[in-house]
Ligand binder design. Structure first.
Ligand code: SF4
Length: 527
């Protein structure tokens, strides 16, 4: 084929019409007799969701953005038939110089470094041979034929990889604990129950590169001595679910899952379990309870999953992005991974950029990049000439980062020190028009809805907190109410059973820390 046309088939571009674009492309290619010259590839997300539907024509890498059906005849007849790039339809930033700028030199991409997202937008996620063609399953082959389980765990430990689901627990250590516990059955679980408002990192990895997660889970199974894995994925992610189903069946067909992987005698298989929309099922013990077929409620820890997890057997649970890093760490070595990032947070992190920002979408940056670089350079700044006010990371468990901390290098520890948290990667930007009490109220409404009700501090406490926030925003509160709100924050943090309740006050605590004047203005001015 002369041309390979990548069209984003992720949720963002699909909802802005990319499937119709593909249909129209097929029609026009046929009408122009170009079937032998052009291959259309439906890929995962390229990241620049704000400019979807997106299409990239290779080998040149011409990046067409906001493509409409009526643009297709011209792209086909001019570019794919006559070799003339249709400059007026290209992503504007690539056309600002005399020569068309390569995508990796644009502001959105030049500070990014794609490890977890490396294949998203590059391959067809529905064809295993494309994954294999870019080195897929080589890491698994290497692990099974050249390494002992102990060496795998040591390699992951040496890389410094920490869990990308939010808490940042060292992945190698988690695997080591589970490997040390003897049992007739162990499990490897993948948390794909991404539920934070504004977060879609895991969805994009699953839609764009599902085999990377399957490969990594199989490697984890070998490392800890497990033969069965489960991916717990939101039913609200139908494209991700469908691609996982295709990927699992293709892997089984090629003997990359099953009874005798790579002819080594190693046995491992993966099943899918769909979540029914409860945010609390992203909490590890609730997730496992749900896989067991029971109501998804957290259970006390200890015992921790590494000792008694799924079906009371030793289990490791990592999130999608954590797994997506594993094959590359195996292939490139722990030093390569540890060379990126900060002293205590190695590698890269994927963020879903949303809110008051030009380039909403998905970005992957080396740890240590500043929020200013993300917002002003990669994100293209705040629209309408408005002033940046704060960014919320970590969703309902996280906090806000005000303008005074724009230059803090992002890593697990720095974000905690300024009262926020890495979380799974949702990053919502707010401008001068946003009321920070409203933001806190929004997240409390969410946690009230999502509290499972098992323990009193969270079930009742989140409701009382929300009532006070409603009084404040209606101009009906007193300073005593504000004191009560703060008291409740600390009560919930120290007495709730699981992380949902323990972290639910964080949006209130951090907005009080940086924007207390806004709370007081509502109380004093009575509005
Ligand atoms: Fe359920 Fe909330 Fe208690 Fe967690 S903290 S167990 S979500 S009631």
């Amino acid at each position: 084929c002369r041309y390979r046309v990548h069209v984003c088939g992720g949720t963002g571009c699909t909802s802005s019409g990319s499937l119709r674009i593909i249909e129209k492309l097929e029609q026009e290619i046929k009408a122009n007799g170009l079937e032998e010259d052009v291959e259309i590839v439906k890929t995962g997300c390229f990241g620049l969701c704000a400019l979807g539907p997106i299409m990239i024509v290779h080998p040149e890498g011409s990046f067409y953005s906001m493509v409409k059906e009526e643009d297709i005849p011209e792209i086909v007849s001019e570019h794919l038939k006559n070799g003339n790039v249709v400059k007026r339809l290209l992503y504007e930033e690539t056309t600002k110089t005399e020569h068309i700028l390569p995508l990796e030199e644009t502001n959105f991409y030049k500070k990014q470094h794609r490890v977890a997202l490396r294949n998203c937008g590059e391959i067809s996620p529905e064809h295993i041979e494309e994954y294999i063609g870019v080195g897929g399953y080589e890491a698994l082959g290497k692990v099974l034929t050249e390494m002992t389980p102990e060496q795998v765990i040591q390699l992951i430990t040496d890389s410094g990889l920490r869990g990308r689901g939010g808490a940042g627990f060292p992945t190698g250590l988690k695997w080591k604990f589970a490997a040390a516990n003897q049992a007739d059955q162990k499990y490897v679980c993948c948390n794909a129950d991404e539920g934070d408002p504004g977060a879609f990192m895991d969805r994009s990895v699953l839609e764009g590169d599902p085999h990377a997660v399957l490969e990594a889970m199989t490697i984890a199974g070998y490392a800890i001595g497990a033969t069965q894995g489960y991916i717990y994925v939101r039913a609200e992610y139908p494209i991700a679910v469908q691609r996982l189903e295709i990927a699992i069946s293709q892997s089984r067909e090629l003997g990359l899952l099953g009874d005798d992987i790579f002819g080594t005698g190693f046995k491992f298989d993966i099943g899918l379990r769909l979540g029914a929309g409860a945010f609390v099922c992203g909490e590890e013990t609730a997730l496992m309870t749900s896989i067991e077929g029971n109501r998804g409620e957290p259970r006390p820890r200890p015992p921790f999953p590494a000792l008694k997890g799924l079906f009371q057997k030793p289990t490791i649970l990592n999130n999608v992005e954590t797994y997506a890093n594993i094959p590359q760490i195996i292939l490139n070595g722990p030093e390569w991974f540890a060379s990126m990032g900060t002293e205590k947070s190695k590698g890269t992190k994927v963020f879903a950029l949303g809110g008051k920002i030009h380039n909403t979408g998905l970005v992957e940056i080396p740890m240590g990049t500043t929020l200013r670089e993300i917002v002003e350079e990669i994100g293209g700044g705040v629209p309408g000439g408005k002033k940046f006010k704060a960014a919320q990371t970590g969703g309902p468990s996280g906090g806000c980062i005000p303008a005074e901390h724009l230059d803090v290098p992002i890593d697990y520890d720095n974000l905690l020190a300024i009262g926020s948290m890495m979380g799974s990667g949702g990053l919502i930007v707010m401008d001068e028009d946003n009321c920070m009490v409203d933001i806190a109220k929004f997240f409390l409404e969410f946690t009230v809805d999502e509290s499972c009700g098992k323990c009193t501090p969270c079930r009742i406490g989140t409701r009382r907190m929300l009532e006070i926030l409603e009084k404040i925003t209606k101009g009906q509160a007193t300073m005593e109410d504000l004191d009560k709100l703060e008291e409740l924050c600390y009560h919930l943090k120290s007495n709730s059973l699981c992380a949902l309740g323990q972290t639910a006050p964080n949006p209130v605590i951090s907005t009080l820390r940086y924007f207390r004047d806004e709370y007081i203005a509502h109380i004093v001015d009575k509005k």
